[in-house]
Write a protein that binds this ligand. Structure first.
Ligand code: S3P
Length: 464
């Protein structure tokens, strides 16, 4: 991979950072230790994973050519790209974050000749379930060991109500989808606050007769609705409900993927807890359905500024400046949980370095992510000497502003966000922390080690 760019003007002083740095090979182990001084840099995290998946999916079923920039060249989004190639869509790239998708139109996908491999990506599998439920051919979706344990009935069930033929293995992958007599719209109240389920039902709704309406119990990320709007689909927003009528065609449009706030979160916490730090994270997506991490950290006393807020490709973005600050424990408001759902592993690290107690409730979804993140973080933080207690739906953390974590081995359980959270914790450790089973860091953050080293974090990768 090279580092040239096409979307910045040659005289743009930030041009050299508007790049997709070379991906690193998947690390089998990360070794991380205390940063000797403050973290200081201006850096750009890779493209948003949620938006990258959706760009491929909607570009594929649009009419015309969709040009994507800032695409996340991480394993998860690449699984989606490969799946759509297998469904007969011609996709050029990725080339420094650029993709050119030759859309085949709403009814132009073709049967794949083998099962579609979603790898580690729950978003790929759940959203594709919705999209493939409306096709006139059969599909099989498979995933890796982690994805094969994750709950899929939450999607299969509403799709079944729409008339889809979706089989699971007792609620888990593999998923078999067969063509049925056709889909019809439903009015569906989501039992869990899940953007993946909401998106799957809306995507199936494109192929359904009549109107499909989903109502969420709490706001979740709205990238699907926004992007559908960009492709010309009318999505009706009424309070907590989103509705669309079937049969609307999508017209290709350019998509600019902003930096992923979920990846930026590791640096927001690292800079907050390493004294003397001052980091600027450029061009990060600040969609209000994703900024729970900033709201929570600010309540804890973090010093985070949003610089130059602007709009890019239908999504709000800003540069985030974060400086070290003393943190205090808080009761995390439950309404912020879904808006920060992927950031809790590293937020627990922040809480362990804060003055006083932090309580997280209403976050039971963490138990069914790439790992049981409540159990994985409790085990890891306890091993490091922190005072934490897992609850059914969250965590209670007795913080210590003078926190020095012990140098231990941590099992990341193959979960990218657990691995990176402990690389951040290690910046406040008394001895190196070795994090095992870290290959999946490349699912969401293929250049994590390079960027972390570039800002002064002490972390190295082993590959074997
Ligand atoms: C995602 C939604 C979230 C999140 C996941 C990505 C998406 O899952 O955890 O990493 O892109 O829609 P749920 O919506 O199931 O909570």
């Amino acid at each position: 991979m090279t580092t040239a760019v096409t979307d910045s003007k040659p005289d743009d002083p930030r041009a050299d950072r508007r790049t997709t740095p070379a991906a690193e090979p998947a690390p089998s182990l990360l070794r991380a230790w205390a940063a000797p001084q403050g973290l200081r840099a201006t850096l750009r995290v890779p493209g948003d994973k949620s938006i990258s998946h959706r760009a491929v999916m909607l570009g594929a079923i649009a009419r015309g050519t969709t040009e994507v920039s800032g695409f996340l060249e991480g394993a998860d989004a690449l699984s989606t790209m490969h799946a759509f190639r297998a469904l007969g869509v011609s996709i050029e790239g990725p080339n420094q974050g650029h993709l050119r998708i030759a859309g085949v139109g709403l009814h132009g996908l073709q049967a794949a000749c083998a099962p579609l491999d979603c790898g580690n990506a729950g978003t790929a599998m759940r959203l594709m379930m919705g999209l493939l439920a409306g096709q006139r051919f059969s599909s099989t979706l498979v995933g890796d060991a982690s994805l094969s344990r994750r709950p899929m009935r939450r999607v299969a069930e509403p799709l079944g109500r729409m008339g889809a033929q979706v089989e699971t293995d007792d609620g888990r992958p593999p998923i078999r989808i067969s063509p049925g007599p056709g889909l019809h719209g439903i009015d569906f109240a989501l039992p869990v606050a899940s953007a993946q389920v909401k998106s799957a039902v809306l995507l199936a709704g494109l192929y359904a007769q009549g109107t499909t309406r989903v109502t969420e119990p709490a706001p979740t990320r709205d990238h699907t609705e926004r992007m559908l709007g960009g492709f010309g689909v009318k999505v009706l927003v009424e309070g907590a409900s989103r509705a669309l009528s079937g049969g609307q065609s999508l017209e290709a449009c350019p998509i600019e993927v902003p930096g992923d706030i979920s990846s930026a979160a590791f640096f927001l916490v690292a800079a907050s807890i390493v004294p003397g730090s001052d980091l600027t994270l450029e061009h990060v997506g600040i969609n209000p359905t994703r900024t729970g991490v900033i709201a929570i950290l600010r309540r804890m006393g973090a010093n985070i500024e949003l610089l130059d807020p602007r709009e890019a490709g239908g999504e709000p973005v800003a540069d985030l400046r974060v400086r070290a600050a003393p943190l205090r424990g808080i009761e995390v408001p439950e309404e912020l949980v879904a808006l920060a759902i992927d950031e809790f592993p590293v937020l627990f690290v922040a809480a362990a370095c804060a003055q006083g107690r932090t309580v997280v409730r209403g976050a039971e979804e963490l138990r069914v992510k790439e790992s049981d993140r409540i159990a994985a973080m409790e085990a890891g933080l306890l091993a490091c000497g922190a005072s934490v207690k897992a609850t059914r739906d969250g965590m209670i953390i007795e913080g210590n502003p003078g926190q020095r974590f012990a140098g231990v081995h941590i099992d990341s359980r193959g979960d990218h966000r657990i691995a990176m959270a402990f690389a951040v914790a290690a910046q406040r450790a008394t001895a190196p922390i070795e994090i095992l089973d870290t290959a999946n860091v490349v699912t969401s953050f293929p250049n994590f080690v390079t960027l972390a080293q570039g800002c002064g974090m002490r972390v190295v990768a082993r590959h074997d």
